[in-house]
Design a protein around this ligand. Structure first.
Ligand code: GFB
Length: 301
């Protein structure tokens, strides 16, 4: 999802030569394949948008998988980028790297100041390691390796796995099919009280190109909207976009996860960037893409 958005933004910006590789073409968990790629292609700039990702249920179910695969991809890619002379590398993580009880909105300085959210600790530790690797390569070797930590993302190309997706695509899909089947109720995992911030992936791509235009940049920066909604408010917004009019029933036996996760956007604003796609409009656009992905059987799960 993120990689495709970055490619769209680069094409619009008229970038010279964009090199991409699907997971089938290049397994970042295999060091020899990563070295071969960097040795043969010698990219000048690398945006690392790869990851073994998923929603709260996937993170709880597969902690070893999330940690080992994200660590392997980060170590192989960052070290090969250094050894093969990449001039600029931007590594992408997530704002779940911050402590569960970080002061809100979350500033970059909150990193490693407290315990992590247990439901996605494995993924968070792997992404913290990637961020720190870029910081240490920059400090030790002077290379321009840095990171961006986006908030919860959504948009075209999202993953719609019924159990393992993130909340926004999970609910979009569930309300769509509930409407088709005229179901009287739709289940919401958890209490619906946690608050989340959602950034459209095209806004993130815009922020990434903006960051790459600077010769001076922070080791890591949060990328978000600075505005959050409760999961219940999100569900009501999605139901309205989809046109579902049944009842939304919370299921408190499912995990809520982090109570609040809103980014402090002042550092990116100081670099002259702010998000531009309002959530309601972004959900509408994403639903339209979901319908077309259904029709063309290109839904990712
Ligand atoms: O996107 P999500 O799964 O992960 O959001 P996090 C979970 C919140 O939405 C919890 C509620 O409060 C869930 O109880 N929720 C309600 C649902 N209905 C659903 C549903 O149908 N599906 C899902 N998935 N949640 C993620 C991390 O945390 O944040 C990732 O797990 C990543 O690793 C991402 O960091 C940015 O927002 O809790």
């Amino acid at each position: 999802m993120v990689g495709s958005a970055v490619v769209r933004a680069l094409e619009q910006a008229g970038a010279a030569q964009i090199l991409t590789r699907t997971r089938d073409q290049l397994d970042l968990e295999r060091q020899e394949q990563v070295d071969d790629f960097f040795a043969s292609e010698r990219p000048e700039v690398v945006v690392f948008a790869a990851g073994r990702v998923g929603g709260i249920q996937a993170n709880q179910a597969f902690p070893a998988d999330f940690m080992v695969r994200n660590l392997a991809m980060a170590i192989h890619s960052i070290d090969a980028a250094f050894r093969f002379g990449v001039q600029r590398m931007l590594y992408l993580g997530s704002t779940c790297i911050y402590p569960r009880d970080a002061e809100q909105p979350i500033r970059e300085s909150a990193l490693l100041t407290g315990p992590l959210e247990p439901t996605n600790e494995a993924y968070a530790l792997a992404k913290i390691a990637g961020l720190k690797l870029c910081q240490y390569y920059r400090r030790q070797f002077g290379v321009a390796f840095h990171s961006a930590m986006p908030t919860n993302l959504y948009g075209p190309g999202d993953n719609y796995h019924p159990e393992h997706s993130h909340v926004l695509p999970g609910l979009l899909q569930r309300f769509h099919w509930a409407k088709q089947a005229h179901l009287p109720t739709v289940e919401l995992w958890g209490t619906g009280q946690p608050r989340r911030e959602f950034l459209h992936v095209d806004d993130l791509a815009d922020a990434i190109l903006h960051l790459l235009s600077f010769s001076e940049f922070p080791d890591w920066v949060n990328v978000g909207t600075g505005e959050d909604v409760s999961i219940r408010e999100l569900a009501e917004m999605i139901a309205e976009v989809v046109g579902y009019h049944g009842a939304i029933v919370p299921n408190p036996s499912k995990p809520d996860g982090t109570p609040v996760k809103r980014t402090d956007t002042s550092l990116m604003r100081s670099l002259g960037w702010r998000a531009g796609i309002p959530l309601r409009e972004g959900i509408q656009r994403t639903y339209e893409t979901y319908i077309s992905e259904l029709e063309t059987a290109t839904i990712r799960r």
